[in-house]
Design a protein around this ligand. Structure first.
Ligand SMILES: [Zn+2]
Ligand SMILES: [Zn+2]
Length: 63
């Protein structure tokens, strides 16, 4: 498993990396995309996480 930032390639030893919950890519703080306190590798993954891959979505019923 790669232990380096997806974007700049910095290693976990040099900088703290976060793991994207969608694609499991690692990114450093500078290259992470944060939303709602979660750490994603990209805006695309954040969108995927929140707007869904179609499974187990909560139904929002707005009146
Ligand atoms: Zn980086
Ligand atoms: Zn990702």
């Amino acid at each position: 498993m790669r232990d380096a930032c997806l974007v700049c390639g910095i290693s976990q030893a040099q900088k703290r990396l976060g793991i994207c919950p969608v694609c499991y890519a690692r990114t450093c703080r500078d290259h992470a995309f944060r939303r709602s306190g979660k750490h994603f590798c990209s805006e695309e993954c954040a969108a995927m996480f929140f707007y869904g891959t179609g499974e187990d979505e909560e139904e929002e019923t707005e009146q």
